[in-house]
Write a protein that binds this ligand. Sequence first.
Ligand SMILES: Cc1ncc(COP(=O)(O)O)c(C=O)c1O
Length: 319
Amino acid sequence: MPAPLEHMQIAPFYWFDGEVIPREKLGIHPFAHALHYGSGVFEGIRAYATPHGPAVFRLREHMERLARSAAVYGLQPAWNAEALCDAALEIIRAAELESAYIRPLVFFGERTISLAPRFHCPTHVLIALRALGNYFGTGQANGIRVTLSPWRKFSSKALPSTVKGCGHYANSVLAMQDAVERGFDEAILLNDRGEVAEGTGENVFVVKNGVVRTNDRSADVLHGITRASVIELCGDLGIPIEIGPLEVDDLHDAAEVFFTGTAAEVTPLSCIDDHLYSGVRPITARIRSAYLRAVAGEDPLHADWITWVGAAPAQSSVA
Ligand SMILES: Cc1ncc(COP(=O)(O)O)c(C=O)c1O
């Protein structure tokens, strides 16, 4: 059994167009359309280490979102969501990993520099794995430092925000690089109407008077799978949840603000620019621990969120 991957280390095998191949055999054409124009779509999925082996969180939902994203760009992967779920499990097994960050990527390859690749270019599918600990590093659970970005989130009239398109992330890159340059961990982007949209790779939740609120696609956000999970967990925990637009004042008036995302999981904010939040975050803490139980396959109410890489444990051992 190979040693577990270190943080950010890449697995030795890829799944590429139906085959498991060693890393050094992957050749991407220098004129691959997606490399130049961002004409691809992707997902980020976590497999968590558990005593019962790796547990993949909401694998099917991620692969279904990937298929929907691909359809918007006219990408035509030769594998449907179910087959890609099997492929992800196959590559985790091949790499003998206990946990992983799974990156499926569906993209246009080489044929033309035309901006209508769907009529010319082949669709490729790559699934790569890497290790990923805390996305924001070791201090993440204590709260991260966030800035309101000078960059606006693109309007869904320009690019559909519910699609996880590679090219869409140019917006996130500009915002995140600006935030890091100014000493912050992450940025929140406002949309073109000046409402709160989302982080560069996370949805935003606020807590005020015991009520949790988050926005939806009408604010030009990605409908995060973690967001959907947290909304359900709030229901389980009896925490009232409201969905609707968020203004900057809602951020400042909140007792607690947190991010959700596959990479970020449930991450509290310690400040937005010079506005500080208390380190006491009872609601975020409850939601975070419910989420961490669920991703480890320890929440019997949501056993269907987990795909086991090996044999599923007996029901009584996960309750
Ligand atoms: C822009 C953006 N918003 C929100 C999210 C959270 O989505 P999910 O919870 O599905 O990972 C992500 C991460 O993929 C993202 O990139």
